[in-house]
Design a protein around this ligand. Structure first.
Ligand SMILES: C=C(O[C@@H]1C=C(C(=O)O)C=C[C@H]1O)C(=O)O
Length: 247
């Protein structure tokens, strides 16, 4: 395209050429990153493609590195959400199955912030429908409202429930909150327990769990957030949320 301001504003032209140079370099780096993802796929050989704990700790490291340059954490999280989902979509057929109450537009933007725009998104009227669809899908991820209040779907993850190998594995939003998330992602993934929040479902503990933060209850089941893995019965663990990344 011709540019009439070319000679009129040499400073602007110079800066634009610099931006073009940076963008070309980024394009090459993106291609290089996507190519590495195909190598990861081969190396994984049958294991689950999506590793939320790797993604969250990676974004957390990047946010820390970006502190020196003033790049906003939310931007780092969103850009890498796009890059990582793109690499998963290159790798396989991961799909998101969501049921979120309230404003559809706000819910979709919550999902986009965590998963980017590359993965197929299917919506369902209820959390249990979204969970069932994700459960029946080999690489499915359910996105449902965080446990608490009327949200009792988590009881099916508890011992004796219908989906004992399903686990709560990620918080939405990923960053900007130190409290309980708005929504969580649930998938059949082995947990990598680290310095985060361990979620346990226990039955009939009337007195509560020492050091546990009660997050939800339904019938005689209670969901506690624990910080000490040593204090937890391993078969009560129904999820793990990474340490929050602050804005
Ligand atoms: C590439 C991998 O697979 C997925 C994609 C990632 C990425 O693009 O950085 C990170 C974690 C996984 O969800 C990996 O496990 O490293």
């Amino acid at each position: 395209m011709s540019n009439h301001s070319k000679s009129a504003n040499p400073d602007l032209e110079r800066v634009r050429r610099e931006i073009d140079r940076v963008d070309r370099a980024m394009l090459d780096l993106i291609a290089e990153r996507l190519a590495l993802s195909s190598d990861v796929r081969k190396a994984k050989a049958g294991a689950k493609l999506w590793r939320p704990s790797r993604e969250d700790s990676h974004v957390s490291d990047l946010v820390e590195m970006a502190q020196n340059t003033g790049t906003p954490p939310a931007l780092v999280s969103r850009i890498w959400a796009e890059l990582m989902s793109a690499s998963i979509s290159v790798q396989g057929s991961t799909r998101l199955h969501f049921a979120l109450e309230g404003d559809t537009r706000a819910n979709l933007s919550l999902i986009r912030d965590r998963f980017g725009g590359s993965l197929p998104v299917l919506s369902y009227p209820t959390s249990s429908a979204a969970l069932a669809a994700a459960y029946a899908d080999a690489e499915g991820i359910a996105v449902v409202p965080a446990p608490g209040g009327m949200n009792n779907w988590w009881t099916s993850l508890a011992p004796g429930g219908a989906m004992p190998d399903f686990k709560i594995v990620a918080s939405l939003p990923r960053i900007g909150t130190d409290g309980w998330p708005q929504a969580v992602a649930v998938a059949a993934i082995d947990l990598d327990l680290a310095e985060g929040r361990i979620l346990c479902a226990v039955r009939g503990q009337k007195g509560g769990m020492a050091d546990g933060l009660l997050r939800a209850e339904s019938g005689d089941l209670r969901l506690y957030e624990m910080s000490d893995v040593e204090a937890v019965e391993s078969d009560s663990i129904i999820g793990y949320l990474p340490p929050p990344v602050f804005l």
